[in-house]
Ligand binder design. Sequence first.
Ligand SMILES: Nc1ncnc2c1ncn2[C@@H]1O[C@H](COP(=O)(O)OP(=O)(O)OP(=O)(O)O)[C@@H](O)[C@H]1O
Ligand SMILES: [Mg+2]
Length: 376
Amino acid sequence: MRIVAALGGNALLERGEPPESSIQEAHVIKAVRALAPLAAGNELVITHGNGPQVGMLALESAHDSAISRPYPFDVLGAQTQGMIGYWLVQELQNALPGRQTACLVSRTLVSQDDPAFTHPTKFVGQVYDEQEALVLVASQNWEIRQDGSGWRRVVPSPEPAELLDLPVIRMLLERQTIVVCSGGGGVPVMVVNGTGHARGVEAVVDKDLTASLLARQLDADVLLLLTDVAAVQDGYGTPEARPIRRATPAELRARNFPAGSMGPKIEAVCRFVEATGKPAAIGQLGDAQALLAGQVGTLIAPAHAGAQPRGRCVSRARETAMNQQKAQALTQAACILGRDDEAFRLALSQVWDAAFEEGRLAALDELQDRFCVCMK
Ligand SMILES: Nc1ncnc2c1ncn2[C@@H]1O[C@H](COP(=O)(O)OP(=O)(O)OP(=O)(O)O)[C@@H](O)[C@H]1O
Ligand SMILES: [Mg+2]
C-alpha cells in the first residue's frame, strides 16, 4: 500500500512552546514513534507543516542587522524543509534500521495570477497578544489575523499547481525509500513570463493541499492528515461538539470549517477522495496506526451504492435511501440465488450490515459475490 501522511507543524511545536531545537526534537521522536509502524510493508511518503518554524526564521531574519532585507519565504521554506526533514530522517532511521529514508528540498509551482496574492490567509509564526501584534503590523508591515484567542501573521497561500520534484519522489518510492518531501507545502516557485525558468516567490503553500496533490499524483492508496485533534468535530468549539467518524466529501463540503485550520484539511481530503475514490483520514498524530485501520479519527470515503456513512453525517433521507437499497439488493440476491425464506434473508441482511460496517460495500456486484460465498 502507498501511504501519504501529512503532519502538522503544531505537532513539532505546540502552541505557546518556545521554538527550542531540543523541544522540537523531542516532539519529532514522538512523531516518529507514531509514523514508523506505517512503514511496515508499505510505501510511505511523509510531508509536514512548518508554520511555527518558518515564522521563527522569518523573525530572526527580520532582526538580522547584517542584511538589508529579510530572507524571502521561498528560502525560509527551504530552510525549514532541511531542518525538519533532517530531524525526521534521523529518527526514522533510528526507529527503522535498514530502511532507507530520504528528505528532499522540494518545490511547488504556483500561478502568478492566483488570487491569494491579493488576499493573504496562511498563519505563520508564533501567537501574539493583540498589543504585540499591532506593534508588529506597524513596524514590519505585516498582515495579521486572529487565531484562537491570539493573533498571528498571515501571508499569501496560493494553490499548489504542480510538484516539480515528483519524478525524483517516484524514483525513491519505487526503491522502497521512505520519502520526506514537500514540507511546508513545498518551496513556492513560479515560472517567470516568457523565460520558462522557475523563481522563488513570497508565499507559503498550504501543506494539506500540497499533500492532497502529492497523494493524487503518486496514486496513493490513502491520505492521512495527522494533527492535534482526535477527529473532525461537528459543532466544534460548542458544548454539543461531537466527532464525525465517517463522512463523504459531499457531506463535508456542505459544512463550514475555518479557513486557517480545519478548512484546508477538509478541502484536501475531499479533492483526494473525489479524484481517486480512495479513502482519506483526519486524526491525531499519536493515533496514526489506528487511524489507518479506520478505528479512530474521521474517515472520508466516497459514497458508494449502499455504503452511506453513519452517525451524525447520515441524514434521515439518506438513511431511508440506504434501507431501500439494502432491501433491493436483498431481493435481487434472493432471486439470483433462488431462495427467499426468512433465515436466508436474515443471513443476507447480516452480510450487508457487516460489509457496511467495514465500509467496503463498493457495489451491488461485490455484495452479490459476498452473498454467494456466504451461502456456500
Ligand atoms: N471542526 C473542527 N474539528 C476539529 N478541529 C477543528 C475544527 N475546526 C477547527 N479546528 C482546529 O483545527 C486545528 C488543526 O488544524 P491546524 O491547522 O491548527 O493544525 P495542523 O495543520 O496540524 O498544523 P499546522 O497548520 O501548524 O501545520 C485543531 O487544533 C482545531 O483547533
Ligand atoms: Mg494547518
